[in-house]
Design a protein around this ligand. Structure first.
Ligand code: PAJ
Length: 280
């Protein structure tokens, strides 16, 4: 695997590959890699692309300074994992390399960013879109891979590509789960064994909700889920939402909806904030 820290060196390399007719598949990450991240790299490889993974803990998308400070950084282990799936290129830039000038970008994603993560993490999606837009400008990929684990992020990235008229195809990839169902996440490192056990309630609620959606109304389902997610005093539910998979707006009638519906959860387990979602 080739590793680049500067835009110039990365560009030189990718330009040569482009001239030889290779197509580029890009997987942006913040590191602390796990099998969920690796599944995105494998997808790019299956699609016969040069796989370019970036690792950059993006300061502008953290609304909480402690969260940024405590975000796990495991670069040596990350490199080993990337090599185990024969990732072609790692881009590992500094903050100065990504943000050489003061940031003036402001995106408006309308109602996509006023709900759920957008409501609970002010400024998060503007920071995320700023870095993704900058990374797209640097890497100029043909395809970019994002996990459904962060479904609202995936939807907003698709909107970003549309708004900026970028020639990039965004591929959404299924969530990889631990045995038992917990969605893999870099933040799971922070969970104690007891919290890890307790976190099972999140995916269990989603899978049960999928079943109950066949017979319950949206209101009944929401009450049941909220009840289920608030029994543990060491966890704090931020939201349980049933929403349209395209507009991300809350759904009040499961039967009347013509598009796909997903359930979304954000919950703090001790100090660790976890999110997950599932198609109903
Ligand atoms: P990060 O949390 O490192 O995630 C990088 C990519 O991996 C995202 O597309 C995310 O949805 C995907 N991913 C995470 N857990 C997954 C799982 N269990 N199964 C499948 N895919 C999973 O998301 C970010 O970084 C950042 O916001 C970023 C897009 C890199 C911008 O800074």
């Amino acid at each position: 695997m080739l590793k680049f820290e500067t835009v110039i060196d990365l560009n030189d390399h990718l330009e040569k590959l482009r001239k030889e007719g290779f197509k580029i598949g890009f997987i942006p990450t913040m590191g602390a890699l796990h099998k969920g991240h690796l599944s995105l790299i494998n997808r790019a490889k299956e699609d016969n692309l040069i796989s370019v993974c970036s690792i950059f803990v993006n300061p502008t998308q953290f609304n909480n300074p402690d969260d940024l400070k405590n975000y796990p950084r495991t670069i040596e282990a990350d490199i080993t994992l990337l090599e185990s799936v024969t990732c072609d290129v790692l881009f590992f830039p500094s903050v100065r390399e990504i943000y050489p000038h003061p940031i003036k970008t402001f995106f408006n994603f309308g109602r996509l960013e006023t709900v759920m993560e957008g409501a609970f993490r002010k400024g998060h999606f503007n920071g995320m879109a700023t870095v993704v837009n900058r990374l797209f400008e640097i890497v100029k990929p043909d395809f970019a891979y994002f996990g459904e684990k962060d479904f609202q992020q995936l939807t907003i990235v698709k909107m970003l590509v549309k708004m900026q008229s970028l020639p990039i195809k965004i591929i959404g990839c299924e969530t990889l789960r631990e045995e038992g169902g917990v969605a893999m996440s870099s933040r799971n490192i922070h969970l104690s064994p007891k919290e890890r056990e307790d976190a099972l309630i999140i995916s269990q609620t989603l899978f049960k909700a999928k079943e109950l959606a066949k017979t319950m109304t949206a209101q009944e389902l929401k009450s049941w889920a909220i009840n289920n997610l608030t029994t543990n005093p060491s966890s704090e539910l931020e939201y349980f939402e049933i929403a349209d998979a395209e507009t991300l707006q809350p759904i009040s009638n499961l039967k009347a909806s013509t598009s796909k519906i997903r359930a979304f959860i954000a919950l703090k387990m001790g100090k660790t904030r976890l999110i997950d979602n599932l198609e109903l």
